[in-house]
Design a protein around this ligand. Structure first.
Ligand SMILES: C[C@@](CO)(OP(=O)(O)O)[C@H](O)COP(=O)(O)OP(=O)(O)OC[C@H]1O[C@@H](n2ccc(N)nc2=O)[C@H](O)[C@@H]1O
Ligand SMILES: Nc1ncnc2c1ncn2[C@@H]1O[C@H](COP(=O)(O)OP(=O)(O)O)[C@@H](O)[C@H]1O
Length: 270
């Protein structure tokens, strides 16, 4: 079975509270982006095995979220061993949620491969244990997230018909460190309402930009460059360092971005 775990971007991100469990409460809108890894799951003999190609993934196999997803599901459901091959394309530590997406798609892939009687909703508690962002990837649809990012509700907003440009400038930012740099505060807007209006540029922001941009001024200038190129909205995704721009027409990435990882494409589905 071959699956295509996709990336996400956050449009609006407000960190509202430090929780007793050390995590933070946030308010954000997640949007799926069709930049994908390739994940193959096949039944195997003997024991669980894992291989990867494409971008190097740090750590041992036991650290990999695909392995963790398999182990977590296996505790409650009888499953034979599998071989997982992950072709890693989505940059890591980039604010694109690629690892969480791999984990969520592993859960759904195992469920489908072994016909486990589980709905996507039944998979939510497993996803929440694997990562705060993980539950979002169980449905390929824009969602408002609160709590740790795992309390989701659907939103009517969509990027369908927009041309998206994602620029990863190879600045690796640890999510935990990014959270540590933010002072939580009440969200300045009701994001669920603001996302339905047209003035995103004036109304919607990402709290991480305030603490991250002073350390990496290149990120602030890349965001400005997106606007110069005609973006209707530009921002950093999640804890960074990916900067994205939303356009009404196709643009060609400028030659000066040759050192960066760039993905661009039309969004074709809601
Ligand atoms: C910031 C966001 C925004 O969508 O995305 P990324 O930029 O990582 O893609 C997410 O909240 C990232 O979610 P995820 O990447 O799943 O984080 P986790 O693995 O659960 O947690 C990594 C670390 O981030 C911090 N963390 C994460 C989520 C949260 N609500 N509060 C936190 O304080 C904790 O220090 C935790 O140990
Ligand atoms: N299957 C996986 N793919 C990517 N990263 C993984 C995976 N499993 C574990 N990780 C770890 O998770 C970290 C965060 O990766 P990722 O979710 O892609 O980024 P982000 O949190 O910025 O959205 C990586 O640095 C990596 O060490």
């Amino acid at each position: 079975m071959v699956l295509f775990p996709h990336a996400k971007i956050n449009i609006g991100l407000y960190i509202t509270k430090k929780r007793k469990d050390g995590f933070h409460d946030l308010e954000t809108c997640f949007f799926p982006v069709p930049w994908t890894d390739v994940l193959e799951i096949t039944p195997s003999e003997g024991e669980f095995t894992f291989s990867s190609s494409g971008l190097d993934i740090a750590g041992v196999i036991e650290d990999n979220l695909c392995y963790k997803a398999y182990e977590l599901l296996r505790k409650d459901h009888q499953m034979p061993p599998v071989h997982i091959h992950l072709h890693k394309i989505i940059p890591m530590g980039a604010g694109l949620g690629g690892g969480s997406s791999d984990a969520a798609f592993t859960l759904m892939g195992l469920r489908d491969l072994f016909q486990l009687p589980l709905t996507n909703e039944d998979l939510q508690p497993y996803a929440a244990k694997l990562g705060s962002d993980c539950a979002f990837f169980l449905s390929n649809q824009a969602a408002f997230g609160k709590g740790k990012g795992d309390k989701l509700s659907s939103i009517e907003a969509s990027l369908k018909g927009k041309f998206l440009v994602l620029l990863y400038p190879a600045v690796g930012i640890s999510t935990a460190e990014a959270y540590a740099g933010v002072t939580p505060a009440k969200a300045p807007v009701d994001l669920r309402k603001a996302i339905l209006k047209a003035d995103w540029k004036e109304a919607i922001s990402n709290d991480f930009e305030k603490s991250i941009f002073p350390h990496y001024p290149v990120l602030a200038s890349l965001k400005e460059e997106m606007y110069t190129l005609g973006a209707s909205y530009a921002a950093m995704s999640g804890s960074g360092s990916t900067i994205f721009g939303i356009f009404d027409k196709k643009i060609d990435p400028p030659a000066r971005w040759a050192d960066y990882t760039v993905w661009s494409g039309w969004v074709e589905k809601d």
